[in-house]
Design a protein around this ligand. Structure first.
Ligand code: SF4
Length: 404
């Protein structure tokens, strides 16, 4: 069995694997869950072009291999200097990606410019499999068509594409149909984002912890056909390890997990779609999850240069206008705590999976006010997985180093 959890081939205390910069909060959509609480107009206090270039220089000074730098928003296309900044990042040798919104700005001309100016990948959000479902969530008619058109254009011109789906009670049952879209249009990976109640994301939109668990098992099954991952769903790494061990032994998931009935509904629908298309599942999953977490391999910089462990944990640890991101990342006490799993509390502190999982620190903070508290939405009781010896062998050699 191959390694199941990837890890960057360098010390995450030294440099992050991924840096997300919120270029702007301007966006022509008004999505239900928006972390940035985006509005149509630019923030007059956002980093200037000169300051944004200084941020790119700070990223470059982490040294090789350099972190991946992602331009997010709001809608990065609302920044008129986006292409200038991409060109500068390219000159510095940065690996870059852009996360545009599904608006008229997501057109072929702009996507070609993104590629020409040095970005290798984009990510797009699809939260429903039909215009009605997606546009209701995004609260702007036409967004579904613009997004799927942008999706196909990106594929046509050779940009890598990550598709993001925010899992909420509004689209839980629609996930197999979104899986169908991923099969039909193709994507580098499909990421299920598990809502953290920040920004416009509300706790009442979230699915229950048992439904989270069910979706993660469903994603594991999808991963036999497509590349799938989670965002803010760190215990998916635990599910991957558990399921891979069951697979290795030829054991059925239903005999070892008491899963929410929605799992069986999602799995049946997904398998039906795969059968319609004559697809056979691979023996192993196509994408092994990456072991990074808030402040631990991952850092978020706001439009004003404020530095946070993630976009979903609003605890500021510095500002790139005042101090280098390199220094902030390496020295901020909160970041150092987040990189030390021995400080995690509750079940995460006792858990045999903590070294590869650690739970969503952002959700722990959102729901308890303590970033080191246990992941509130994980249903696992430490020590209860029956194949502990097999697990220990896996955990001892769990990582597969990858280059940025
Ligand atoms: S208890 Fe915490 S560390 Fe263990 S699997 Fe759940 S979220 Fe991960």
């Amino acid at each position: 069995m191959k390694h199941l959890i990837r890890q960057p081939a360098y010390d995450l205390n030294d440099r992050p694997f991924m840096i997300i910069w919120e270029t702007t909060n301007a966006c022509d959509l008004a999505c239900r869950h928006c972390r940035a609480e985006a509005i149509p107009n630019q923030d007059p206090f956002a980093l200037t072009t000169k300051e944004a270039k200084q941020l790119l220089e700070q990223v470059e000074s982490f040294g090789k291999p350099r972190p991946i730098f992602i331009f997010t928003g709001g809608d990065p296309f609302k920044r008129t200097d986006l292409f200038d900044l991409l060109a500068y990042g390219k000159e510095l040798g940065l690996a870059m990606a852009v996360s545009p919104s599904g608006t008229p700005l997501l057109n072929e001309a702009n996507l070609r410019r993104v590629k020409e100016h040095g970005a290798k990948a984009i990510s797009l959000s699809i939260d429903g499999s039909t215009p009605e479902r997606h546009d209701d969530f995004r609260q702007v008619p036409g967004s579904f068509d613009l997004t799927t058109k942008g999706w196909q254009t990106a594929r046509k011109i050779g940009l890598k594409l990550q598709l993001n789906t925010t899992v909420t009670r509004y689209n839980l049952e629609d996930l197999p149909e979104i899986f169908r879209l991923v099969l039909e249009y193709g994507a580098m990976t499909w990421s299920a984002f598990f809502l953290v109640p920040t920004g416009r994301g509300k706790a009442e939109d979230e699915v229950s912890p048992a439904e989270y668990e069910a979706v993660m098992h469903f994603l594991y099954d999808c991963s036999k056909y497509i590349s799938a991952k989670t965002t803010e769903g760190h215990h998916y790494k635990r599910v991957v390890l558990q399921r891979a061990i069951l697979d290795e032994k030829g054991l059925a998931v239903e005999d070892y997990f008491n899963l929410h009935p929605i799992y069986y509904q999602l799995r049946e629908a997904m398998q039906k779609i795969a059968a319609e298309k004559n697809l056979q599942p691979k023996e192993a999953i196509r994408r092994t999850p990456m072991h990074i977490n808030a402040g631990n391999g991952f850092v978020f910089v706001s439009r004003r240069g404020e530095v946070f462990p993630s976009g979903f944990m609003p605890v500021q640890v510095g500002n790139v206008r005042e101090k280098s991101l390199v220094q902030i990342y390496r020295e901020a006490p909160l970041f150092n705590d987040l990189r030390d799993p021995s400080k995690f509390e509750g079940r995460c502190g006792l858990c045999e999976f903590v070294g590869v999982c650690g739970g969503s620190r952002s959700r722990a903070y959102a729901l308890t006010g303590d970033p080191l508290a246990e992941e509130p939405f994980c249903t696992y009781e430490p020590g209860t997985f029956p194949f502990q010896a097999e697990l220990e062998a896996r955990l001892n050699g769990h990582t597969l180093p990858v280059e940025a």
